[in-house]
Design a protein around this ligand. Structure first.
Ligand code: SF4
Length: 379
């Protein structure tokens, strides 16, 4: 296919595809799917070899958020039966992080619900970062605390944070349909603040919220312009009790096309498969490793992922290798970046092939283990 040849050539040169080319990837048929994966896989291997970076989420503060992001189980008014707790203490967070690091994770993502941190919250998280770094010197720490005020990114950097995550989530044109309590511009501003403070910026999207192909291409082109070092691609987990709880409109094939498009537009960036991997890619997860070079190990913020052991087996079976702490994630020309951003259980599958759009609530398991509970975390 001429389209794919062009996109591979551009990806190897770090040249931006046209919008039409990106849209054409999303419009390819299932018959062409393996050709699309093969082509985007060439770009992925050129920049990242067969390495898979593992990241581990620690939810420092869960639920009770005053914001109204429609996709989020922690939003104002959410009726999802998630765990709710206030700030973990530094030692508790470090203990949770240790489980992921023992499983092979290289980056720990410290996440807190809320609009953004107060200065006291930044103190608290700074203490947590220092505690984790004292106990695990090679770890990369990414903070994800919401909208940042002036000076907060610099303070997190000084405390040892390597990266900051804040997702754009969807296109500027549709942002107001998803969230009303803050704006797309607020989000862009926080990513810029992180960048300016010398933190490795991490910013991505959520697919499956009812957006058009144009919206998806818009948000990915906006991300390319912001130039984060990592781009998490979430697939909406339609939590019952949230406004988007009925949005079951992704197929595994669609997820692969989205990941391929992101890889072609952001060829040399760490593309991470984030929440919804198990729920929406299901048995096609291993194919997605040919497109993304990074995943979360184990559980997500408020839902359970497949067992960490299953993640590691999948990586080995698919012929990939877990990236070590002695390996640099990003290509050399991105040296300014970081060197040292929800899912469901793999429970019993229905024998019948589900139609796209058919709810698969059986695949969504609210997290009951790990941080904020007495049960051991999954890693
Ligand atoms: S995404 Fe963040 S800001 Fe939005 S409702 Fe969820 S926790 Fe709050």
């Amino acid at each position: 296919m001429d389209l794919l040849k062009t996109l591979v050539d551009k990806g190897l040169r770090r040249e931006t595809p046209t919008r039409e080319e990106a849209l054409a990837v999303l419009a390819t048929s299932d018959d062409d799917l393996l050709e699309v994966v093969t082509a985007a896989g060439r770009v992925r291997r050129h920049w990242f070899g067969r390495r898979v970076k593992l990241n581990y989420l620690v939810n420092l503060k869960s639920g009770l958020c005053p914001e109204d992001c429609s996709y989020c189980s922690q939003r104002l008014g959410s009726e999802a039966g998630i765990l709710k707790y206030s700030w973990l203490k530094p030692d508790q967070a470090s203990e949770a992080a240790a489980a992921g690091l023992a499983g092979g994770a290289k980056r720990v993502c410290l996440v807190a619900s809320g609009r953004g941190p107060t200065d006291k919250d930044v103190d608290r998280v700074s203490e947590t970062i220092r505690t984790i770094k004292e106990q695990h010197e090679d770890v990369e720490v990414c903070a994800c605390l919401g909208l940042l005020s002036d000076g907060q990114a610099e303070r997190l950097r000084a405390a040892g944070a390597d990266a900051y995550n804040h997702n754009l989530n969807t296109s500027e044109a549709t942002y107001g349909d998803i969230t009303t309590t803050h704006t797309y511009a607020d989000r862009v501003d926080t990513v810029r603040k992180a960048h300016a403070a010398g933190l490795s910026a991490c910013s991505g999207l959520i697919a499956g919220m009812g957006e058009t192909d144009e919206d998806l291409v818009d948000v990915v082109f906006s991300l390319r312009e912001l130039d984060p070092d990592s781009v998490p691609v979430n697939f909406l987990i339609p939590f019952e009790g949230t406004p988007l709880g009925k949005e079951w409109n992704l197929t595994p094939q669609r997820c692969l096309r989205i990941l391929a498009m992101v890889r072609f537009v952001c060829p040399d960036v760490e593309v991470r498969i984030a929440g919804g991997r198990e729920v929406h890619l299901r048995t096609l997860q291993p194919l997605a490793l040919h497109l993304a070079n990074s995943i979360f190990l184990g559980d997500y913020l408020t839902s359970e992922g497949q067992a960490g052991k299953a993640d590691l087996e999948m990586i080995a079976d698919a012929g990939f290798e877990v990236e070590g702490t002695d390996q640099v994630t990003l290509p050399e020309h991105r040296a300014g970046g970081c060197h040292p951003g929800e899912g469901g259980g793999c429970g019993s599958a229905s024998a019948a092939t589900p139609e796209a759009g058919e709810p698969r609530t059986d695949l969504v398991a609210v997290r009951r283990r790990g941080a904020g509970t007495d049960l051991a975390p999954n890693a």
